[in-house]
Design a protein around this ligand. Structure first.
Ligand SMILES: C[S@@+](CC[C@H](N)C(=O)[O-])C[C@H]1O[C@@H](n2cnc3c(N)ncnc32)[C@H](O)[C@@H]1O
Length: 204
């Protein structure tokens, strides 16, 4: 996967992935509309994570109820894979971005799979708008390797610690972060990234 990333490029018009993309991933395509300015959505803020070594994290600015929308995941770029393969074949950018932004290994930490073949990437350099902090949410637990029992441990700790979930809005224009239970003011927001995310980071 790493070598494929070095050859990232925007898909040229007519590329077969685009045909696949527009027919089966129309909702994901809508994510490229980009960030809406001045959204009145200010329920979380960014500060140092409570998790050792995890950098920054997202925190509830007020008490939140289960089911409430907390923030949005920005679709600053979409990574496209062909078929069932893991290899990324191209990138599509929302307005204001151009190659080679958001294609490096570091940016891949901010990737969210939105369908079998498409991931959204949020720009970590843009973390000032509380309406778009979904890409800055941490996982309550990091997969500790490929060893025996590590997957089970991950599922238990990550699932047990999560208080929010990513969900694509029905019309597909945004991915929202929704509370899965009541969250107290000042609590850190955790979403479960899945084992696949952590395994792909280990390959990098
Ligand atoms: C989507 S970013 C989240 C925002 C990130 N914490 C930051 O400061 O930019 C994902 C990265 O956060 C870190 N992270 C998330 N959850 C973690 C955890 N439980 N333990 C350690 N690091 C974590 C890892 O570096 C991961 O690749």
């Amino acid at each position: 996967m790493r070598s494929a990333l070095r050859h990232f490029a925007s898909l040229p018009p007519g590329h077969p992935s685009l045909a696949n993309f527009t027919s089966t991933n129309t909702p994901a395509m809508a994510l490229l509309r980009g960030r809406l300015p001045s959204l009145p959505l200010s329920r979380v803020s960014l500060r140092r994570s409570l998790l050792p070594g995890a950098g920054r994290g997202v925190f509830a600015s007020r008490a939140l109820r289960g089911g409430e929308l907390l923030t949005l995941f920005p679709g600053d770029a979409l990574l496209v894979r062909e078929g069932d393969g893991e290899e990324v074949s191209g990138v599509l950018y929302s307005a204001g971005y151009a190659p080679p932004a958001l294609t490096g290994d570091a940016a891949r930490a901010y990737e969210l799979r939105v369908s079998a073949t498409v991931s959204a990437v949020g720009d970590p350099g843009k973390a000032g708008d509380p309406a778009y902090l979904g890409h800055m949410c941490n996982d309550a637990w990091a997969l500790g390797g490929r060893g025996r029992g590590k997957g089970e441990e991950y599922r238990e700790r990550s699932g047990g610690g999560a208080n929010a979930i990513f969900e694509l809005f029905e019309e597909g224009s945004h991915v929202g972060v929704f509370a899965t239970r009541d969250i107290e003011r000042g609590e850190e927001v955790y979403v479960s990234y899945t084992e696949g995310y952590w395994l792909s980071r280990m390959q990098a």
